[in-house]
Design a protein around this ligand. Sequence first.
Ligand code: ATP
Length: 441
Amino acid sequence: MEKLVSLAKRRGFIFQSSEIYGGTGSVWDYGPLGVELKKNVKDRWWNAMVRFRDDIEGLDAAILMHPRVWEASGHVSGFVDPLVDCKTCKGRFRADKLEDARCPQKPSKRPGEHDACQLTVPRQFNLMFKTFMGPLEESASVVYLRPETAQGIYVNFLNVQQSTRQKIPFGIAQIGKAFRNEITPGNFIFRTREFEQMEMQFFVEPGTDMGWFEFWKAERMKWHVELGLDPARLEYHQHTAGELAHYARAAFDVNFDFGGTLGFQEIEGVHNRGDFDLGRHQEYSTKKLEYFDQPNNKRFLPYVVETSVGADRVTLALLVNAYREEAVAGEEEGRVVLGLHPALAPIKAGIFPLVKKDGMPEMAHRIADDLRRRFPVFYDESGAIGRRYRRQDEVGTPFCVTVDGQSTQDGTVTIRDRDTLEQSRVPADALARVIQEKLDA
Ligand code: ATP
């Protein structure tokens, strides 16, 4: 993780928020390469869930919602973690995760196990960020920064259904920011206080819910594998009776093995939530949220199968999964490679003139300008060609194109593959097609 954090900063993937002021606790900013990587993750999710299906509609609901939403959803009373303080070291821990924590004064022990520890009794701590809507704090109403995006979908269920004339079963999907005042954030972008979720609620007829639950459980695992995450590092975790939320009929997490002390951790949850959410919003808003099944002339409150995945957590999983250090035959210096799936890589091709003369930079610039209209490319003429390759390997660029002496004579260039290191010669004017074919493969 330390190596990744350092690479992420050095190469412009991820920076600590407000770093020049000493940083903000567990909030991160995505730099030029990070924003492209995370966008590619979000685009793949949007394509798989919305664009490539005719039974899921997209939505972009606001972050600030009516405060009653969070009473109905159970977040005001129940979105709490048990918090304990240590009076000796002033450490703060989640009472239900003490076995994963270390005593700051004696890291070989857990909080409470060291003689000097003085833990308080657990207090319930609400994870929602509160703020005020209106000009004056005292007269304005309290609003919350949403701790999940799903509620925006529930309250718009009928708006979307009626405006699109979708029939059940169908889903609503959205990507957006969520905020949680986590007690123990950390592990880089794994657990942060501001993050992005990609959530989909699939509305089904009661009785068909377990079939759809199994469908989405399998689909979502397939999506993670198609991103290039190593199947050996992925597993399902079924929620035990103790872990299951009181309203949930079934829940599975997709876990990824982050290695080190983190090990297998949740990156996505797939939940069968029954009619809990629509039922509660119907009760609190006093507006009917039933679906009218016209052919069968019946009304019912749909059940919901939810898939909820963190864009930042998947981005971290991809970085961990992709990072490798390896020796290169015939070279003393090894290389660091981000073996990202080409479709996810922030830069698709590095474009290099072999030397800065004889018309090579001009031709390389022309190629870069042409390719840039289709996908992100990076022009680089500084340093030895080997160094330029290494710089691109380190950020996961799948292809490097070199313009050499022959190029200016016959219009061909070499294209090098990040993983196999093989180079082949192709006509410069066929590059866009050749690279696109490789990206689509
Ligand atoms: P955890 O137990 O890890 O806190 P959770 O069970 O509370 O997660 P959900 O409420 O199911 O998480 O949220 C769905 C997804 O949102 C998670 O699988 C994760 O990818 C992402 N997520 C949740 N909390 C955070 C966070 N604080 N930082 C980054 N991503 C998060």
